[in-house]
Design a protein around this ligand. Structure first.
Ligand SMILES: *[C@@H]1O[C@H](CO)[C@@H](O)[C@H](O)[C@H]1NC(C)=O
Ligand SMILES: *[C@@H]1O[C@H](CO)[C@@H](O)[C@H](O)[C@H]1NC(C)=O
Length: 329
C-alpha cells in the first residue's frame, strides 16, 4: 500500500519583502483511495483539475475539507475534484459505489494509533508513522515528544527564533512574522526529517517589495545543501522556485525549477510538493499548479542530502550570510 504523506509547514511571513499568513496549518494525510467509490451528500466544492495532486492541494487549502471524490478524465482533459466536509468514518452509509470515481479519505490514525489532539503525525527515519507532540508537552500515551512542525509565525511558536531584526507585526488584522528585507534578517525552526519522505511545504507569503537578492522562504541552504523554496529573479520577473538536492555528489540536483510569477503586495499561498513515489516535484500558487519537474539523475537515489543541520531557516540564504569578522585574541 502506498501512502502519500502530506507534510505541511505553514507560515505567515511577511517579507518587506515579506510574508505570511492566516490560518493555522492543517495536516492532512491522504490514505489509499477507494476505486469506484463516491461519498454522497457532503460535497462543498466542485472544480476541474489537472491531476490528483491538485485536488489534494485544494483539499488542504479548503479548511473544511476532510475527503474528496476524484472523477475520471472529462471534457478538456480535466478531472473532477469534489471536496467534502465529512468522510466515511462519520457517515459510512454515504459511501456508495460509483464507476468513474475514486474516494480519497484522509487518515484518522497515525501508524495505527489515534493521535492526541494537536499532535502531529510524522514518519521516523524508518518511514513508520508515529504521533509527535510538541516538545514542551508532558508525556502522554500514544505520543512521542518532538517538535512543532507547523508554525503560525505570530509570536506564539516557542520553537521559532528571530534574528537580526526579524519581528512580529500586525498586517491585515493578524500578527505575522515580518522580515525587513535585510539579507541577514531571518527566523529559525528546528530541522525536520524530510530526507526520505514525500512532503509538501506550504505557506502564506506577502512580498511587500523585492529586496534585490533571492528570498529563501524556507530552506536548509548552506553546505551541505538540502532544499530550498525560494523566490528568484529570472529574466526580469520574480518566480517561485524549488530546489531539492540529493546525497549523490555526482549529480546533485533532484529537482530544480522555477515557475509562477510572484505578485507584489498580495497574500499568496505558495506550495512545493515532492512525491518520491512518482519522482515528481510540483509548484503551486493559490492552489493552481504552476509547474512540475520529474527527478533528474539516478532513479535509485531520491533521498535528500543528509545535511546534519539542526535548524531550517525562514527568509535566509544561509550560505551567503556574511560572517562577523573574527576578533583577534
Ligand atoms: C497565534 O495563532 C494561534 C493559532 O491560530 C492563536 O491561538 C493565537 O492566539 C495567535 N497569537 C497571536 C499573538 O496572534
Ligand atoms: C491568492 O489568494 C489570496 C487570498 O484568497 C488573494 O487575496 C490573492 O489576490 C491571490 N493571489 C493571486 C496572485 O492570485
Amino acid at each position: 500500500m502506498t501512502m502519500l504523506i502530506l507534510y505541511a509547514v505553514a507560515f505567515k511571513l511577511f517579507f518587506a519583502c515579506h510574508v505570511l499568513s492566516q490560518d493555522t496549518c492543517r495536516i492532512l494525510e491522504f490514505i489509499e483511495p477507494e476505486a469506484d467509490s463516491y461519498l454522497e451528500h457532503h460535497v462543498i466544492q466542485s472544480t476541474l483539475v489537472d491531476d490528483n495532486d491538485q485536488c489534494e492541494i485544494n483539499c488542504y487549502v479548503e479548511r473544511m475539507c476532510l475527503s474528496f471524490n476524484f472523477g475520471m478524465l472529462g471534457p478538456g482533459n480535466k478531472f473532477t475534484c469534489e471536496l467534502s466536509d465529512s468522510d466515511h468514518y462519520q457517515h459510512p452509509g454515504d459511501l456508495v459505489s460509483k464507476k468513474g470515481f475514486s474516494y480519497h479519505p484522509t487518515a484518522k490514525l497515525c501508524g495505527g494509533l489515534a493521535c492526541p489532539h494537536a499532535a502531529s503525525c510524522l514518519p521516523n527515519q524508518q518511514g513508520n508513522l508515529r504521533c509527535v507532540c510538541p516538545g514542551h508537552w508532558p508525556k502522554i500515551t500514544n505520543c512521542e515528544r518532538g517538535f512543532l512542525f507547523h508554525w503560525t509565525l505570530n509570536g506564539s511558536d516557542p520553537l521559532v527564533s528571530l534574528h537580526n531584526g526579524a519581528s512580529h507585526k500586525t498586517a491585515d488584522g493578524r500578527t505575522v512574522l515580518y522580515l525587513d528585507g535585510n539579507q541577514r534578517s531571518y527566523a529559525e525552526t528546528p530541522a525536520i526529517p524530510i530526507q526520505k519522505i514525500s512532503f509538501s511545504l506550504l505557506c502564506w507569503v506577502k512580498v511587500l517589495s523585492l529586496p534585490g537578492h533571492p528570498i529563501h522562504i524556507y530552506s536548509d541552504w548552506s553546505t551541505p545543501h538540502q532544499f530550498r523554496l525560494a523566490i528568484m529573479e529570472l529574466y526580469g520577473s520574480s518566480r517561485l522556485c524549488v530546489d531539492l538536492r540529493r546525497s549523490d555528489s555526482q549529480s546533485k540536483t533532484i529537482v530544480y525549477f522555477c515557475d509562477g510569477d510572484i505578485t507584489i503586495g498580495e497574500w499568496m499561498h505558495v506550495a512545493a510538493t515532492w512525491s518520491r513515489e512518482n519522482r515528481v516535484g510540483k509548484l503551486y500558487i493559490n492552489g493552481t499548479k504552476t509547474g512540475q519537474q520529474t527527478a533528474l539523475g539516478p532513479q535509485d537515489s531520491l533521498d535528500l542530502n543528509p545535511s546534519g543541520h539542526t535548524v531550517f531557516d525562514i527568509g535566509l540564504k544561509r550560505d551567503s550570510m556574511v560572517k562577523a569578522p573574527c576578533m583577534d585574541t
